[in-house]
Design a protein around this ligand. Sequence first.
Ligand SMILES: Cc1cc2nc3c(=O)[nH]c(=O)nc-3n(C[C@H](O)[C@H](O)[C@H](O)COP(=O)(O)O)c2cc1C
Length: 227
Amino acid sequence: MCAYFTRLVYMMNEHFLFTLLLPSMLLAQSPPTITLPTPDTTGGMPIMKAFALRASERVFDTTALPIQKLSNLLWAANGINRPGERKRTAPSALNAQDIDIYVFLSNGVYLYDANQHVLIGVVEGDHRQLFSRSPGSDPIPPVLCLLVSDISRFRFGVDSARRVWAAMDAGIVSQNISLYCASAGLATRPRAMMNHQKVRELLHLKDTHIPMLNLPISQKLGREQPK
Ligand SMILES: Cc1cc2nc3c(=O)[nH]c(=O)nc-3n(C[C@H](O)[C@H](O)[C@H](O)COP(=O)(O)O)c2cc1C
């Protein structure tokens, strides 16, 4: 009877401990939110010079990007530039604002929340290799942006039309990234090729979420940095 009672108390304690730990175990799967510094929306090089420098790079540096550059990059990509109307640096068909930017960093994957200008933790861990052509041998860039369209945000239209709008919207965000990179001395390359199934599994994407482009981003190798 005594042994039974001891065992019962032990099981209750175990259950109690598990109940206490459960929320932190679940939370441990997504990294904490990163508050980005206010983007610098006044600097940069003349736009015509950025056009002149824009190119898709093949070689990437591995050193971390300053958080200010990441903040500027995300704002330029698809940030809020007219807060009163909640409108973006990138236009979108039907103002659906369908393009989400997932940011892959060395410690986790984050979702860019343009309204709050923060990075919301999605998955812990380094998953940048998912986009590597030869995992283990390719130098891994510090940042990788994945553009995902949620075609359910288009208020109307058949799926085939929505997919075309999604591709256009992603292309515009991608070009914003490329031009910001050109102006800030960063290297990037828009890439449609990726393992869609693995990306979907990792990010628990819904059927209406379509990964469109991924862009590795790093400092430019062996080039003079703009002042
Ligand atoms: C929609 C789109 C998809 C692309 N997909 C890939 C890709 O999967 N892999 C890759 O290495 N480059 C990809 N690129 C980059 C092109 O190869 C590159 O833009 C082209 O060679 C022209 O070079 P430039 O961007 O330096 O002018 C893609 C570009 C675009 C616009």
